[in-house]
Design a protein around this ligand. Structure first.
Ligand code: ATP
Ligand code: MG
Length: 594
């Protein structure tokens, strides 16, 4: 391809819309253009990268016997109603774009495809003889993200590879999940990414085991906790740890304590010489469900702990025994007639109902760290007052569980002598063991060898193709621009003709361009009538792994061979191929083997 026909428009300055390096570089180098919030055009250079990523993904999917397909993006509401996800995905903070057709029928634009694929499986899979089977597709997904940002990292329209597998039993699902795990590791390695496989929360999708693949990068939106010995890694949403030891309370006599204006843990501790581990704090949430009235949730945590919204959300879903949890909103003041800042665990149902107008039983959750305290200081449900008390005196019934965030520095459960460390990660892939949730909801059943009929066991496996491509830049760049891993670079080599007005330079450039193409190299000829300096800067910005400079030495058949991040090698036109090809081949392979 010729740069003169590429519609290459590079920018000297960082675009105002971009916050993180990869986003800045992709816009500056003319890979992407923003059309609206979270909606980007993939320009020709970007599309080349995306196709290379897709080619690698395709090879590795075929290697685990997954078969490519293409499913509709417009999906009827009734499929999502059958799985029970329509309201969660369309109401409240739901992320599904949805619409009505001319007959008034409701449709959604696919954010994911469990419903569609399970509906197909219900029709196509009859017998255990057809199992296991795995279908995948690579396609644009639509999600009306609350905070689209960072370019392709969190788009409202993005490219995903999603695969769905079907099995006759759990053991077969687990075995296939392990094969997929291997395929994912190979994909990321071949794309030149350093990733970390971490335990993950399964989220709205449901199911049991799930694992995310994180590209370690400071710009990552996820916090990952890893044990010092490397044997445990989990997304903070899911991570567990041993809490620090609580400092025992010296004076355990039950009494009220005057705490004027002391509305925070710090203020009470500061005012009374207490340690935060000696306190219990109380949080109130309003849970909204897909069906029926709201319900209030009271959570008690040890004073030094942070609530983990994901864990609490999961417990509320399980504990309420209701439809889908749409939203869990923290109540912290406003117009409510409750003594916020002084709430105690025994805040009564009637008081809460009176203040919020929400009737019905309060769901009461207590974190293990709070439950383990015998005597503690907590709010007295009266303004400017706390109290010293114990759980026996309060005589309440709790749902105990782990509702706290594990934190860096916490001791690990598997080995208390190691502690958790934090790194930031970009989630590029997520694999799930779904179990029978969708097959049961959508009646996808098969006949067993014994003649019975059972629901299919399912797994699903996603990769954010477009996010992955951008994450690669987050890991591979320098002060001059992007540094693409060879396997996914838009071009492997750029032949830069320093001065296209010089016939001998242009002729040699064209000749080398042809030779490289014939040798199977993915090469760009920079034949633009620009100054040499501009072309070199652009080549660096674009991050093409190798640059061949055809300049003044052209008359003597002399060229420069410049790897993107290493010093130049002088070579003659005649031995360019012999010098470059083995190195290039090694780079293409390196990623796939290492
Ligand atoms: P996140 O937690 O980042 O919102 P998710 O858990 O909702 O992602 P999945 O449903 O697991 O995402 O989707 C599979 C993959 O698709 C993710 O691992 C991620 O790489 C990618 N992905 C998800 N949402 C987006 C998005 N808005 N823009 C780009 N890629 C995305
Ligand atoms: Mg995910």
């Amino acid at each position: 391809m010729r740069a003169s026909t590429l519609l290459l428009v590079t920018l000297r300055d960082d675009p105002a819309e971009a916050e993180i390096t990869s986003h800045k570089l992709l816009v500056r180098a003319g890979f992407i253009r923003r059309i609206a919030a979270g909606i980007y055009a993939y320009l020709p250079l970007m599309w080349r990268v995306l196709r290379k990523v897709q080619a690698i993904v395709r090879e590795e999917m075929e290697a685990v016997d997954a078969i490519e397909t293409l499913l509709p993006q417009l999906q009827p509401a009734d499929l999502w109603q059958q799985s029970g996800r329509w309201s969660a995905y369309t109401a409240g903070e739901g992320i599904m774009f949805h619409l009505s057709d001319r007959q008034g029928r409701q449709l959604g634009l696919g954010p994911t495809h469990e419903e569609v694929i399970t509906c197909l499986a219900a029709e196509l899979i009859r017998s255990y003889r057809q199992l296991p089977v795995c279908l995948y597709q690579m396609q644009t997904k639509f999600r009306d993200e609350i905070r689209p940002r960072f370019g392709m990292m969190r788009g409202r329209e993005f490219i995903m590879k999603d695969a769905y597998s079907f099995h006759g039993d759990e053991a077969d699902l687990k075995a296939y999940y392990a094969r997929m795990d291997g395929a994912y590791r190979r994909i990321f390695r071949r794309c030149g990414l350093r990733t970390l496989a971490v335990q993950a929360d399964s989220g709205a999708i449901g199911g049991s085991a799930s694992q995310e693949f994180m590209v370690v990068a400071d710009a990552g939106e996820d916090l990952v906790l890893i044990s010092g010995d490397g044997s445990y890694a989990a997304n903070q949403e899911r991570a567990v740890s041993l809490p620090s030891q609580a400092v025992p309370l010296e004076d355990t006599k039950p009494r009220n304590v005057s705490t004027p204006g002391q509305m925070t843990i710090e203020a009470v501790c500061g005012g009374h010489g207490l340690d935060p581990t000696q306190m219990v704090k109380v949080l109130l949430h309003r849970a909204r469900f897909g069906d029926g009235p709201d319900q209030l949730v009271l959570t008690a945590l040890r004073g030094d702990q942070e609530l983990n919204d994901t864990k609490l959300g999961n417990a509320v879903t399980a504990g309420a025994g209701r439809g889908t949890l749409l939203d869990l909103a923290l109540l912290d003041g406003g117009d409510l007639a409750l003594p916020f800042g002084f709430l105690g665990p025994d805040l009564g149902d009637p008081a809460i109902a009176a203040a919020t107008g929400v009737e019905g039983p309060i769901l009461r959750f207590r974190d293990h760290t709070a439950a383990a305290l015998h005597t503690f200081v907590c709010g007295a449900n009266t303004v400017d007052t706390h109290r010293v008390c114990d759980w026996d005196t309060l005589a309440l019934t709790w749902r105990d569980g782990d509702f706290r965030n594990a934190q860096p520095g916490d001791r690990c459960r598997h080995d208390p002598t190691t502690v958790l460390e934090a790194v930031r990660g970009i989630e590029v892939g997520h694999i799930f063991q779904l179990g029978c949730k969708y097959s049961e909801a959508l009646a996808a059943r098969f006949s067993t060898a014994e003649g019975g009929e059972e629901a299919l066991w399912m797994g699903c496996y996603g990769i954010g193709i477009s996010r992955l491509a951008q994450a690669a830049i987050e890991q591979h760049h320098d002060g001059d621009g992007m540094v693409w891993p060879t396997a996914i670079a838009p071009f492997e080599v750029v032949v830069s003709v320093a001065n296209v007005q010089r016939p001998e330079q242009l002729a040699l450039g064209e000749r080398l361009y042809d030779q490289l193409r014939l040798a199977g190299v993915d090469v760009l000829l920079d034949d633009r009538p620009e100054r040499a300096g501009v072309k070199f800067k652009d080549a660096d910005l674009l991050g093409i792994p190798w640059r061949v400079v055809v300049g003044r030495g052209a008359a003597r058949e002399q060229v420069e061979l410049k790897p993107r991040t290493r010093p130049c090698l002088d070579c003659t036109a005649a031995d360019l191929l012999a010098t470059l090809l083995p190195r290039l081949e090694r780079e293409r392979q390196e990623m796939s083997l290492s």
